[in-house]
Design a protein around this ligand. Structure first.
Ligand code: C5P
Length: 303
């Protein structure tokens, strides 16, 4: 009998350096023009062999569903069904990415499940094959699978890698509350109306990323969903303002929020920012993270 080893995968959170949102499409999604970046703020997912079925155990992650609605469970089930895999998997998830915080934590776990189960079941699927399944699981899952820095079009699933120089140091301020992505998009629709142009990513941001010009990147950070998130959580404006007062090169709501991210000039500045923001009492935690980092990585196969 062959003994199959468990597979452990580290999977990164994402932020949107630019999030341009177009009008709602007929399928209910919004056309996006976005730049994603993966950060070294990670969840850990372990996949162990099981005779049949897909099970999930949560090591941490208050508010995360452990049943069939969990995106990691959906990902494992989809892969199992598509490739007619007879055996099962027991997933164990350690959450460190904020839950419902606008950092694609659920998508990161789905991407991790695809990578872990592909390895565990010895399927040999290519990145392109996994990416097709990823797009069926959610708009952010293809980027979560690819990592790095990338342009996103369509509903966010059509990716082009972006050349980026150097490392960016971020302070990620998590919130005491969460926001549901569909609610933030619905508020965006109400605030914006229907008649506005298709979004596009400014060339100046792409050129700043290419040359590693941190100040210019900071100046071009933008999120069309920010006004909607702030209207739902007005205290976020005070937090963003505090970050700017502490000299952040850029400050914005991450994705659909309520997590906020601040670009620091270096690690020492990030420490100052993090202590300053924590002291305001406006955020739950202010963690330092760097990007870009690669997508999900197999870190361990236990024997
Ligand atoms: O694709 P995903 O399931 O992650 O999307 C969650 C929700 O976010 C969608 O149901 C939709 O309300 C909103 N959304 C959107 N436009 C996008 C991505 C997400 O309206 N491009």
């Amino acid at each position: 009998m062959t003994v199959v080893s468990p597979v452990c995968v580290e999977t990164p959170a994402k932020i949107n350096l630019y999030l341009g949102v177009g009008p709602r499409r007929a399928d209910g999604y919004h056309e996006l023009a976005t730049v994603f970046q993966a950060l070294d703020l990670t969840d850990q997912l372990e996949a162990e062999p099981l005779e049949s079925g897909v099970q999930l155990k949560l090591r941490s992650g208050k508010g995360v569903p452990a049943g069939p609605s969990n995106l990691a469970v959906k990902a494992a089930r989809l892969l199992k069904r598509e490739y007619e895999v007879p055996q099962g998997v027991r997933l164990t998830l350690e959450k460190r990415i904020p839950v419902a915080g606008g950092m694609a934590g659920g998508s990161a776990d789905a991407a991790a499940a695809l990578v872990a189960c592909n390895a565990l079941w010895g399927l040999g699927c290519t990145q392109a094959q996994l990416s097709q399944l990823a797009a069926r699981l959610g708009s952010d899952v293809p980027f979560s699978l690819c990592g790095g820095t990338a342009l996103g079009a369509g509903r966010g699933e059509l990716l082009t890698p972006v050349l980026s120089t150097g490392e960016f140091t971020w302070v990620v301020a998590t919130s005491f509350t969460s926001l549901a992505t569909p609610d933030v998009y619905a508020t965006f629709d109400k605030l914006r109306g229907t008649d506005f142009p298709e979004p596009s990513v400014p060339r100046a941001l792409l050129s700043a990323l290419r040359s590693g010009d941190q100040v210019a990147v900071g100046a071009h950070l933008h999120n069309d969903l920010q006004a909607a998130a702030v209207s739902m959580r007005p205290e976020l404006d005070l937090l963003l303002e505090a970050g700017r007062d502490y000299g952040a090169l850029g400050a914005m709501v991450s994705g659909s929020g309520p997590t906020c991210v601040f670009l620091a000039s270096d690690h020492d500045h990030a420490m100052e920012l993090s202590v300053g923001l924590s002291g305001t009492g406006l955020c739950k935690q202010a963690r330092i993270a760097t990007g870009p980092v690669p997508g999900p990585r197999v870190t361990r196969t236990r024997t």
